[in-house]
Design a protein around this ligand. Structure first.
Ligand SMILES: [Zn+2]
Length: 443
């Protein structure tokens, strides 16, 4: 058993689940009075751990064939326009696409997601239907629509002193609060001082803040000035030991989405293009089917040109500076934050960029954290308990403890010794019920 709290894995534990919760945990055979009709799962060779929490997602379907069709058009637009088009991936298939996205997460043992950019209306509707039991899916926490000043947003270049904009911000925040949205995400284009203004109003409404200031991410300045709780990703700034201590002392969270930096330099997608490993990855091919994976490989070369190699590609210097050292830099920052005692949680940003598959991506993210130097048991804590802590649900989910909701993952092997064992999923349990994983497979 791995409890998700960072405690060493312990052998031979029985976990009794009743009424959707963990009723008891004891050394094997020590639980007396097991109800007669209980379903028994033989745990020989298996490990039980908390359901995974993806702390950075965007609900939406995947259809790479669409991006392929758009390739010609994209060659003639600017980096910023390509950037906006990237989110086209995230909106494929409407509600059905979002449903498939959520099924992909559950299939891979991700029982809770934090949607860091979606829709106030649709994301909360889906969240509520899952809570009501009329829709299958992970627990959802969402920021709803992001607040940004890139072209196309009603705020435009914000003049915060104008009464009109003030009223717009207040109206927007009131509407979010009424939908039970707990966080807002402020995005590239907003200055830290503008952010402070918006976050002050948000905090009055009980909402917390996530910052995505792109290359400025990781810096103390944005979080401190903007009154944020966390970044949405790592960035291009190197964190000093002193800054890491500041994050820890001020209860700020850190989050890196390492897979983004791996994909930016083309490392995840490229070897996979050569070897086409995604066809042999059950967490991907079972859900998206051979055709879905084939569409990815068919569009990969044009994607690579648009995103990495093309003159106007979305990952050029104008947007992110030199992207090649960013994975190493963010792994270094991760270790500095870890050694400084910062609470780090984990997320993927799936399904952006291409090759970042919902559900499966968290297993890759776990592996990247271990590759950076995080001990597996702590990487698991970041992907479970720390995520729950960020959304302030650590009394309900994120660990295997008596009284907690039974959102669990049962895998073959021992991820505390070999992190990739989290992929060997035997059972996913949500709200105490065993998920029918077979029924989710693509036929
Ligand atoms: Zn994102």
């Amino acid at each position: 058993m791995i409890d998700g709290l960072g405690t060493e894995a312990v052998p031979k534990r029985d976990v009794l689940i009743q009424d959707g919760r963990i009723a008891r945990i004891a050394v094997t055979t020590m639980i007396a009075d097991i109800p007669e009709n209980a379903k028994i799962i033989d745990g020989e060779g298996l490990t039980v751990m908390p359901g995974i929490i993806d702390g950075h997602t965007h609900m939406g379907g995947i259809d790479y064939s669409v991006s392929n069709l758009n390739a010609e058009i994209w060659k003639d637009v600017s980096g910023m326009e390509i950037y906006q088009h990237m989110f086209a991936y995230g909106s494929q298939g409407g509600i059905d696409g979002m449903q498939r996205y959520n099924e992909a997460n559950l299939y891979a043992g991700v029982t809770t997601i934090v949607e860091v950019g979606g829709s106030d209306e649709i994301s909360t509707k889906i969240r509520d239907e899952i809570i009501a039991g009329s829709r299958l899916g992970p627990n959802i926490h969402t920021v709803g629509d992001t607040i940004e000043s890139i072209p196309g947003n009603t705020l435009g270049v914000m003049q915060l002193t104008s009464e009109e904009v003030q009223a717009e911000i207040k109206g927007m925040l009131d509407a979010k609060a009424a939908r039970g949205i707990e966080f807002i995400k402020l995005y590239a284009g907003i200055s830290p001082w503008q952010a402070r203004h918006i976050m002050t109003a948000a905090r009055k409404r009980g909402m917390r803040g996530i910052a995505d200031f792109w290359c400025m991410n990781n810096s103390q300045e944005v979080i401190e000035t903007g009154l944020f709780d966390s970044y949405a990703h790592g960035g291009c700034v190197e964190v000093s030991e002193e800054e890491a201590r500041w994050f820890a002392e001020n209860d700020k969270f850190a989050m890196f989405t390492l897979d983004i930096f791996d994909t930016m330099r083309g490392e995840r997608g490229w070897p996979d293009y050569e070897e086409q490993n995604f066809f042999r990855n059950p967490l991907i091919v079972d859900i998206w089917g051979k055709e879905g994976v084939q569409a990815y490989y068919d569009s990969f070369l044009s994607l690579r040109e648009q995103w990495h190699d093309g003159e106007k590609a979305g990952y050029t210097e104008q947007l992110w500076g030199n992207k090649l050292p960013l994975l190493d830099l963010n792994m270094k920052n991760l270790m500095r934050m870890y050694q400084g005692g910062v609470t780090i949680f984990m997320g993927t940003d799936a399904n952006w960029p291409p090759g970042n598959w919902p559900g499966e991506g968290m297993h890759y993210e776990l592996e990247l954290h271990v590759r950076a130097g995080i001990p597996p048991i702590d990487a698991i804590r970041m992907a479970t308990y720390n995520g729950a802590k960020f959304i302030r649900r650590e009394n309900e989910i994120g660990s295997v403890e008596k009284g907690k909701k039974a959102d669990l993952l049962i895998v073959k092997g021992n991820p505390a010794e070999k992190i990739s064992d989290t992929r060997n999923i035997v059972y996913v349990i949500k709200d105490g019920r065993i998920l029918d994983r077979d029924s989710l497979k693509k036929r």
